[in-house]
Design a protein around this ligand. Sequence first.
Ligand SMILES: [Fe+2]
Ligand SMILES: [Fe+2]
Length: 311
Amino acid sequence: MRSTDYTFTQGLDYASIVTASENVAWTVDEIFRGRCFDASKPIVPASWVGTHRLEFLTDQEQRTLNHCRAFSYVHIFGNFEEFIPIHLTGIVEQHRHDDRTHLRALFRFGEEEMKHQQLFRRTETVLEQSCGHQFGRYFDDAKTRVTELANAILSYPPLPRFLILLALELGSQRHYVESVQDHTEEGGDQLYAEILKAHWVEEAQHTKANMLEIARLARTLSPEAMSTVFDQIIRIGGLVNDIIVGQVTQELDTLQQVTGRTFTDAEATTLRETLYGSLNRILCDVSLSHPGFVKVALELSKEGSAKLGFA
Ligand SMILES: [Fe+2]
Ligand SMILES: [Fe+2]
């Protein structure tokens, strides 16, 4: 048992988290206001796709891939977040009669993630309406894959779950900032940027609740056990990698169906590798390298952090 008070929890308390959550709350209808995406233009930043240097792609193919990536992002986030309310319910169950603001912060956190799933599902639907075609889905409508994913993540202890969540939530801030920066010059999709902003303004509270939960759980672990948590984070990262590989295949299939294009083996390989690299960068690299996450990781365990490449 450690007596450490972690510096990353300084200034954080559940009452302030609940108040901020109430102040920024939105509904899915308020975000969309009946609007569609402008499918004549790119929807997400070109850097999210990373194919701009591939000369064998036409402008139309580049645009379709951009739309595919806009879809993949919300499809993956919406399904990845499915385990979170169940994960939080387990924490609430252990602290049934704790401080009201603690429980309210966790319930609001869980409810907001349910709403984010609704936001991302609506985004999928409106993207298909706006673009005039369907997009390939790694996660099936029968929920087989999302159930497997949620069960796999929930088989790990709460601490690595909170840590991987923290990384992805901090990453969602970078996604919003990038979308606004890239769109200033290119006139990219305003509605998509607003969706990313809406997600981030609620995730901002989740990062704080996460840090408080992480500190509470970490204090109970020995240094050796804390280091092992980072092996678990890497294994959960492997689950995310499987999703990325699967959704890139869906992007390639959608591109070929929509444009009728066939690729040589060399082109298909280059395209797959490029799409994998860019999706992995947005979801994993951007999140795990976020300074806020690196700070938490280093404070928890230098030995564990080294497993993620942090010095
Ligand atoms: Fe979320
Ligand atoms: Fe969240």
